[in-house]
Design a protein around this ligand. Structure first.
Ligand code: RTP
Ligand code: MG
Length: 137
C-alpha cells in the first residue's frame, strides 16, 4: 500500500553534513520517491504543533531549543509501507540502543540529537504533513 510520511533531518544531521548520507539511504529503497524536500529553520509555533504530544515532559523545552537551533531538512517520502519503513531505517529513539545498520545506530550517540524524525503512524503522518506541507495535503 502506497503511503506518504513526514521526515525531518534534525539540526544535528544538517550541521554534521549528513543530509546526503541519510537522504541516500531513504532514496535507495526500491520504489520510494521524494515528493518534497526543503531546508527550513523550524520556528517555535511549528514545533509546538508538531510535538504537542510531549508538552510537559522534562525533555520538551530542550527538544524545542535544539530543534530550532539551526536548519533542518523537511521531506515528504512516498511509497510502499513508507511510514513503517522509514521508522525501521531510523531505528529506536536512543542511538546507543539502536542497532548498527540503522541511521541512529550508525551515526548517533545522544537521545535528543538523534538525527531524524519520521511519522510513527498513518494518523501521525496525516497530522504532520498538514503542519509542514499544507499545500500538498
Ligand atoms: P521522533 O518523534 O523525533 O521521530 O522520535 P521518536 O518517535 O523516536 O521519539 P519520541 O518519543 O517521539 O521523542 C521525540 C524526540 O524527543 C527527543 N527525546 N529526548 N529523554 C530524552 O531526553 C528524550 N526523549 C526523547 C528525541 O529527539 C526524540 O526523537
Ligand atoms: Mg515521535
Amino acid at each position: 500500500m502506497s503511503q506518504r510520511t513526514l521526515v525531518l533531518l534534525k539540526p544535528d544531521a544538517v550541521s554534521r553534513g549528513l543530509i546526503g548520507e541519510i537522504v541516500g539511504r531513504i532514496e535507495r529503497k526500491a520504489g520510494w520517491t521524494i515528493a518534497a524536500l526543503e531546508l527550513r529553520t523550524l520556528d517555535r509555533a511549528t514545533l509546538q504543533a508538531h510535538y504537542a504530544e510531549h508538552v510537559g515532559r522534562p525533555f520538551y523545552e530542550p527538544l524545542l531549543e535544539f530543534m530550532s537551533s539551526g536548519p533542518s531538512v523537511a521531506l515528504v517520502v512516498e511509497g510502499e509501507r513508507v511510514i513503517e519503513g522509514v521508522r525501521a531505517l531510523a531505528g529506536p529513539t536512543d542511538p546507543i540502543a539502536a542497532p548498527p545498520g540503522s541511521i541512529r545506530g550508525d551515526l548517533g550517540t545522544v537521545v535528543r540529537e538523534n538525527l531524524i524524525h519520521a511519522s510513527d503512524s498513518p494518523e501521525s503522518a496525516e497530522r504532520e504533513l498538514k503542519i509542514f506541507f499544507p499545500e500538498l495535503v
